[in-house]
Ligand binder design. Structure first.
Ligand SMILES: Cc1ncc(COP(=O)(O)O)c(C=O)c1O
Length: 425
């Protein structure tokens, strides 16, 4: 995930202070014995976000952006959140939309992008994606008589191979849509490499779903070189909002999706729902949390938010690798389990989003046993319906998914392995 991880830690001995991390999430105190391992469905919210949300609702709950107080303060709180996220992603404020969810954001941006497609154009989608970054594009392509090419996974591992993408590219390719990290396979796709291959061979644009990636690493989007990027803050310790990046270079080719008299403002054009005020303001809390985490480990600094994210990614990834490794070992070695995705974290590209299929019992029966033992986990296709089906797995029962984030601790993994050992038969 962070290719420079080894260099980064050279000469430093630093570990994520998990005790500090856990003080920042009050929900972790509710049931100390409970292990939350369904984070990919939605994470706990950090205290900074809850505080901002409460402050907004208690003190500035009026239509924002008027001159009177507290309307003025409400607008300022929303602007602060937008600016902090634009800085974190290293993008311009005008390139950021904060909308209701990623499914809604991709739906809307598909109308804006697809309006310019013509019969004979081609797009590339995968069968690894969550449906939010697949169905909207496929539907729009069918509507416009655009050819859909599928970049397909290896049906044993669920992994995508960049070599398989190249023959699909040609001078008719308009867009390539893929995921930064599958919410089932858990391996990060090399976005920078894929994007540069696409751009070297075609004039096509690239759109990436980072919903399953962002909880582990916030990316510098200019460094990635993508044209569109989306993820959901309710999986990144924040409120139920989706962030959408649209590169300003392509803005003039897109059709506004808002009332005609609002059109022409890139930060509004792709959110016909309008902003959810308190939630938008509270988005700042995620960055405040990362800032506190950075200060705790690295001291006071004037570093750019993007650079702080890179520092934190190193710490977080090391911790998450340590969580994932014993669980992957257990699952990969078990004769009655089919592990999906890579069996180790050796390449530093494996999120602790770990899915598997028990071979001698249903996923649901195993999940019920884990839930009864105090482990929050689920089974299903997790809306990656095409992927689960193409892996030869019944999407109704689906896979068991254990998804961890950096506030999980070693004791959680010990308990998961202990209970799995009892429950798998
Ligand atoms: C990989 C991935 N993409 C997209 C989505 C859709 O996000 P949202 O729930 O914000 O619509 C999800 C949600 O689970 C997801 O895991």
């Amino acid at each position: 995930m962070l290719s420079c991880l080894a260099d980064y830690f050279k000469g430093r001995i630093m570990k994520l202070d998990i005790d500090f991390v856990r003080t920042q999430f009050s929900q972790l105190d509710d049931e100390p014995e409970f292990v939350f391992a369904a984070n990919a469905g939605g994470s706990y919210i950090c205290n900074q976000v809850n505080n901002l949300m409460e402050h907004y609702n208690r003190h500035t709950r009026v239509q924002p952006y008027s001159r009177f107080s507290p309307s003025h303060e409400a607008g300022e709180a929303m602007d602060r959140a937008k600016q902090l996220w634009a800085d974190a992603l290293n993008i311009d404020l005008s390139e950021l939309t904060i909308g209701p969810s990623t499914s809604m954001n991709t739906y809307v941006i598909a109308q804006a992008i697809g309006a310019g497609w013509q019969s004979g154009d081609e797009i590339i989608v995968t069968n690894q994606d969550h449906e939010a970054n697949s169905g909207v594009w496929r539907r729009k392509a069918e509507e416009k008589d655009v050819t859909i090419r599928q970049w397909s996974v290896d049906t044993d591992t669920g992994l995508l191979d960049v070599e398989q993408l190249l023959p699909l590219l040609n001078d008719k390719t308009r867009w390539v849509f893929f995921t930064h990290c599958s919410n089932i396979v858990g391996t990060a796709n090399p976005v920078e490499e894929i994007t540069s291959q696409v751009k070297a061979n075609t004039k096509a644009k690239v759109f990436v779903d980072a919903v399953a990636y962002a909880p582990h690493h916030i990316s510098d989007l200019k460094a990635l070189g993508v044209d569109g990027y989306a993820f959901s803050l309710y999986k990144v310790f924040g409120p139920h909002q989706g962030l959408l990046y649209v590169n300003s270079d392509i803005y003039s080719n897109l059709t506004s999706q808002v009332h005609y008299f609002l059109a022409g403002n890139p930060a509004k054009d792709f959110n016909p729902a309008g902003p959810q005020h308190a939630q938008v303001a509270a988005c700042a809390g995620v960055i405040d949390y990362f800032d506190a985490l950075h200060q705790h480990h690295f001291g006071e600094t004037n570093a750019r938010v993007t650079d702080k994210m890179i520092d934190l990614s190193g710490l977080i990834q090391q911790h998450e690798n340590e969580l994932a490794a014993p669980l992957l070992d257990f699952l990969a070695d078990h004769k009655d389990i089919r592990l999906i995705g890579k069996p180790d974290t050796n390449d530093d590209d494996r999120a602790p989003t770990i899915a598997f299929k028990p071979l001698k019992q249903s996923s649901q029966s195993l999940v019920y046993q884990l839930q009864d033992a105090g482990i929050g986990t689920e089974n299903g296709d997790f809306y990656a319906h095409r992927l689960v089906t193409d892996l030869g797995i019944d999407p109704d029962d689906g896979v068991v998914r254990l998804s961890l984030v950096h506030y999980n601790q070693q004791a959680d993994v010990d308990k998961i392995i202990r209970e799995l050992d009892k429950a798998v038969n």
